[in-house]
Structure formats: structure tokens, C-alpha cells
Design a protein around this ligand. Structure first.
Ligand SMILES: Cc1ncc(COP(=O)(O)O)c(C=O)c1O
Length: 455
């Protein structure tokens, strides 16, 4: 690396998440300088299809001028104002009203934050506050799935069921519990039918709730589709059964729509696609198409009434962050939703789902591909050592990472989650671009296969 290059300067100055920090010193970064639509260009002029929307977020693609214009105008008009102490501004009000109007189930109020992590963290806080408010302060434990990802504050990293969030960080905190991930392809016993697998999981879950004591559990967090854990679509009947159990045992349900919100699965919210009726709903990322950080936590009337009463008893609702409902971010998010609605993005995704998912399913005939799963424009392609037995590659072979690196050389950016290749392209992708994405992916798989002997 030339010491004056951006690559070398990066290694001497920036810390990168989800990266081996030591290896980064030798490898350096891919430096992306600009983008248009689904394409990004690096500092050497190489073009890539950004098939991960950055980090599951830039749904409207790069270069959306309407969002840039709204941000500039709002910065000139009112660059900042806090939402504390009975103060407000039109942009937060308009965005909150819009979110309540398009929410997948009746919701009562909106709390704003700056990231998915913060909004989920606030949902944890509100769950505790709620149970304190209704006189059940012993209801404190939080449940989530293994392999789920809910963020990286101390509470949400604890809530997440991925080990890299915990290892080396003294997490999870006590009281954050994990139950089996509803992952039929990986979790089913040999010969076990999907319905039997689902019933087994639900029976185990109820046994766990009873063992912990339902009166000690505050809330269950779930993603409609478990994204960062490997794009896992829960089997039919699982989420229905889960919701019945939570109702029976009076446990709040928080739906984490940070990835699935705003048309990703072919409906405005993944809760509609997957039939979820939550007490709280968290969204971020595509809320502003990632043009500016903002997240939102929607709460239902039951939760709102209780916390409003409790804040009156305590004298104040003691939750705040400087940039909650930032006017520029709120204006950008409002405009993003305007675009999703005007151009009917849910219908667009439903239309594109067929060429996208069918094209990926055709890869099932490839020697490396064991499973293809997804909804809308969100998919996972799992690579396996033995397709017949579903035996994975030995972890140390890092086949997913190798394939992702080969894909990048072929102008396709995707993300390896273990040996699952995640795909989450901007929703503005065209059919021709989907065909190009699939072509580059097949080339990457062929070149990866050529480096090994597969059973
Ligand atoms: C489902 C889910 N929840 C929460 C988060 C955390 O969001 P953020 O990175 O904006 O804090 C993520 C991030 O990928 C996510 O995938």
C-alpha cells in the first residue's frame, strides 16, 4: 500500500466494525467514493452493484435528489430544535402523524431516536417503564431469538443473539435471554417436517417461559425476518404460535422492523407480510433511505396510556437524546415515505420479487448452494459442503467470506454472514440490474467452487 493512498491512511486512522482489525492493517479497505442508483464507484473507478443497500438501508439508491433538496432546505429553515420540555417542530409532528397513518397495526404515539440500536434500546426502557407503571416491576427479563440482531448499545447487543456482539464485551447483561432461532433449514432434525419443527420450537418456548416465570418477563423482541443472523424466514405458523404464547403469558411484543420496514418485503412493513401485531414497532434505516440517521419507535395505546400516567406520577418522562426527531432527519424521512408511497414501492417490490427470488432459486442447482430463502427484495443464499446432508463447510474455511471477496472482484457487493450470502439491493433496482446481479453472483459461485473440492 502506498503510504499516501486513502487505503493506507484509513488503516492508520479509522476503526471498522465487523472487521478483523489486525488483518485490516494488511488488507486495507475498499474505498467507495460515489454512487448512483444501485451502483457505487470506488476510488480507482471500479463500479459495483451494491447488492446490500450498504447495510440493508439505502432503499432509494444513491443520488436521490429529492432527499438532498429537502435536507438543504430544512437546514436553512430550521437546522435544529429539541423535542424536550413541551417543545416541538412541524417536521417531527408531520413524520409522527405519517408513521401512525401507515403503521401496520393501530399505534398511538411515536418516539424518535437516531439509529435502530437506540430505538430498540428505548423499547427495552419503555418495556421496563411500562411494567413498573402497571405495578408489575418484577417483569424485567427480555427475550429474543438466537441469531437475531437488534443493535449495539449495551442493552441491544445483549438482546441480540449473535455471539460476536457478546464475545470480549462482557455481554449479554443478566436478564437478556435467548431462545432457539426459527430456522427450519438448519434447526430441523433429520426427516422432521416443517410443521413438527414449528410445534417443537413453540413447545420449547413455552417451557422456557414457564421455567423463567412469565411474571418475570417484560417483552419479546422479534424481527419479522431475521436479517443479520442469515436472512432467516420463520416457518409457517411459528410467528402466530409465538404471538399466542405471548398473549397467554402477558408478555409485550416488540417488532424490530429496522431492516424489513418500508416495502422491503413487498408490504410497507414486514409485520403485514408476516402477520405480526406488536405492542411496539421499531424502524430505522430505510425510514430515511439512510440519507441521514433517524429511527422511530411506535407504541400502542396500552403502552402509551401507562407510560403517560407513570411520567405524571414521577413528574417527568426521563428519556431524551439531543437529536430525537431532528428536523432535518425528520424532513428527509417524511420525503422518503412520500417517494415510497407516490411510486408505490410495495407493489414494485412485489413485481420484482419474482425475477429476484426465482433467479436466486435457480442457483440451487449449483454445487455450493444448499438453501435459498427470502421475501421481497431480501434474500439469503446458504453455501454448504454437502447438499444432501446440509453439512456446513468447516468454519475456518470461511467459504462465505471467500465468495463475497470473489463477488467484489466481479463488481458485486454482498455480505457474507457465515456461509450465507445476504442480498438486499436498493428497491430502485431494475429487472435488467437484477439479471446482472444474478449473473455476477453465479460467476462468483463458479469461481469459488473452482477453488475447492465439493462433496
Ligand atoms: C434488525 C435490526 N435491528 C437493529 C439494528 C441496529 O440498527 P443500527 O445499526 O441503525 O443501530 C439492525 C442493524 O443492522 C438490524 O438489522
Amino acid at each position: 500500500m502506498n503510504p499516501d493512498s486513502l487505503e493506507a491512511r484509513d488503516t492508520q486512522s479509522v476503526i471498522h466494525g465487523l472487521t478483523n482489525l489486525k488483518r485490516h492493517l494488511e488488507l486495507g479497505p475498499t474505498v467507495i467514493e460515489r454512487g448512483h442508483g444501485v451502483w457505487v464507484v470506488d476510488n480507482h473507478g471500479r463500479e459495483y452493484i451494491e447488492a446490500m443497500s450498504g447495510l440493508w438501508c439505502i432503499s432509494l439508491g444513491y443520488g436521490e435528489k429529492r432527499l438532498a433538496a429537502v435536507a438543504a432546505k430544512q437546514m436553512e429553515q430550521l437546522a435544529y430544535y429539541p423535542l424536550i420540555s413541551h417543545k416541538s417542530h412541524p417536521q417531527a409532528i408531520e413524520l409522527a402523524e405519517k408513521l401512525l397513518a401507515i403503521a401496520p397495526v393501530p399505534m398511538s404515539r411515536v418516539w424518535f431516536a437516531n439509529s435502530g440500536s437506540e430505538a430498540n434500546d428505548c423499547a427495552v426502557r419503555l418495556a421496563w417503564y411500562y411494567w413498573n407503571a402497571v405495578g408489575k416491576p418484577q417483569k424485567k427479563k427480555l427475550l429474543a431469538h438466537l441469531q437475531s440482531y437488534h443493535g449495539n448499545t449495551i442493552a441491544t447487543a445483549s438482546l441480540s443473539g449473535v455471539s460476536y456482539n457478546h464475545e470480549g464485551f462482557n455481554l449479554p447483561l443478566p436478564g437478556f435471554l435467548h431462545v432457539a432461532c426459527p430456522h427450519y433449514y438448519r434447526g430441523a432434525q433429520p426427516g422432521e417436517a416443517e410443521a413438527a419443527y414449528t410445534q417443537r420450537l413453540l413447545a420449547d418456548l413455552e417451557a422456557r417461559i414457564l421455567a423463567e416465570g412469565a411474571d418475570t418477563i417484560a417483552a419479546f423482541f422479534t424481527e419479522p425476518i431475521i436479517a443479520a443472523g442469515g436472512v432467516i424466514v420463520p416457518p409457517a405458523g411459528y410467528l402466530d404460535g409465538l404471538q399466542k404464547l405471548l398473549k397467554k403469558h402477558d408478555i409485550l411484543l416488540v417488532c424490530d422492523e429496522v431492516v424489513t420496514g418500508f416495502a422491503r418485503t413487498g408490504e410497507m412493513f414486514g409485520a403485514t407480510t408476516m402477520n405480526i401485531v406488536p405492542d411496539m414497532l421499531v424502524c430505522a434505516k430505510a425510514l430515511s433511505s439512510a440519507y441521514i440517521p433517524i429511527s422511530a419507535l411506535l407504541i400502542n395505546e396500552r403502552v402509551f396510556q401507562a407510560i403517560a400516567r407513570h411520567s405524571d406520577e414521577l413528574g417527568v418522562f426521563g428519556l431524551t437524546m439531543t437529536y430525537c426527531g431532528h428536523p432535518v432527519a425528520s424532513a428527509v424521512a417524511r420525503e422518503a415515505i412520500r417517494i415510497y408511497e407516490e411510486e408505490d414501492f410495495p407493489a414494485r417490490v412485489r413485481r420484482l420479487e419474482t425475477p429476484f427470488l426465482d433467479g436466486l432459486r435457480e442457483l440451487k442447482s449449483h454445487a455450493l448452494v444448499g438453501d435459498v430463502r427470502g421475501k421481497g427484495l431480501l434474500a439469503g443464499v446458504e453455501l454448504v459442503w454437502n447438499k444432501g446432508t446440509r453439512e456446513p463447510f468447516p468454519r475456518e474455511r470461511k467459504i462465505g467470506a471467500i465468495c463475497a471477496a470473489i463477488a467484489e472482484k466481479n463488481g458485486l457487493i454482498l455480505r457474507a454472514i457465515g456461509d450465507t450470502l445476504a442480498l438486499c439491493p436498493p428497491l430502485v433496482i431494475s429487472e435488467a440490474e437484477i439479471a446482472e446481479l444474478l449473473k455476477r453472483l453465479r460467476t462468483a459461485l463458479d469461481e469459488t467452487a473452482a477453488t475447492l473440492t465439493v462433496k
